[in-house]
Design a binder for this molecule. Structure first.
Ligand code: CA
Length: 224
């Protein structure tokens, strides 16, 4: 099934290049020139992705984004022409997923769509049955029994992976594939070393913790 992307952009020439590039990549598009049209469309129809211009003639792209976020977690990619807009987007106070600056390559935008969708699918399941943990994705922080853990990037990614699927047993090489982008250079022992430091951080909060279970010869899982 092909993707359905909503484009909200008042400059037809820019929209046309995006529509063309999406078309070539087998992605369906719907295009609106005005912000309020986009907001209405989102309320009625399911879209897999939104490309949203910041500078729209009726309401700003930021306000469109806020409206969309009231009801939908659809990934949003901003198109921006001005540097000062980037600060607001990057601050992520408005809940956008990414941005590209004009002028941009339409193919780059298509690549970005795929990358963002992959990322959001990986983090999609929000059901966390182990209630001892709480993940704050935007801050890349995890709380354990109400206390924030001080984790390195890899520890965070590793623990997050386990928390998302309690009871699922991950082999070390699976964890490496998920967490380490450049996994080939990394020894499986690295996973063990990081699991060890995560455990000691959990133990600092709860001495009798046994949240992370080692499965001999297999890997690790989180208890639920
Ligand atoms: Ca514009």
């Amino acid at each position: 099934m092909s993707l359905n992307v909503l484009i909200i952009e008042d400059e037809s020439a820019i929209a046309d290049t995006l529509i063309y590039a999406c078309d070539e990549a087998n992605i369906q598009t719907t295009h609106y020139l005005l912000g309020h049209q986009g907001v209405e469309a989102i309320a009625k129809t399911h879209y897999d992705f939104v490309i949203l211009d910041v500078g729209l003639p009726d309401i700003s792209g930021f306000d469109v984004c806020k409206e969309i976020r009231k009801t939908s977690q659809v990934p949003i990619l901003f198109l921006t022409a001005r540097n000062h807009e980037i600060d607001r987007i990057v601050g992520l106070e408005i809940g956008a997923d990414d941005y590209v600056t004009k002028p941009f390559s339409p193919r780059e935008v298509v690549a970005r769509i795929h990358a963002i969708l992959r990322r959001s699918q990986q983090t999609a399941p929000k059901e966390v049955t182990n209630t001892q943990f709480e993940i704050d994705e935007e801050a890349s922080r995890i709380q354990y029994m109400g206390q924030t853990l001080t984790l390195t990037r890899y520890e965070y990614l590793l623990l997050k992976t386990l928390i998302k699927k309690p009871k699922r047993v991950y082999a070390r090489n699976q964890l490496m594939d998920i967490v380490w982008v450049d996994a080939e250079d990394t020894l499986e022992r690295t996973v063990d070393a990081h699991i060890k430091t995560i455990r000691s951080k959990l133990r600092a909060i709860n001495a009798s913790t046994s949240e992370i279970v080692t499965h001999r010869g297999m890997g690790y899982s989180l208890t639920s």
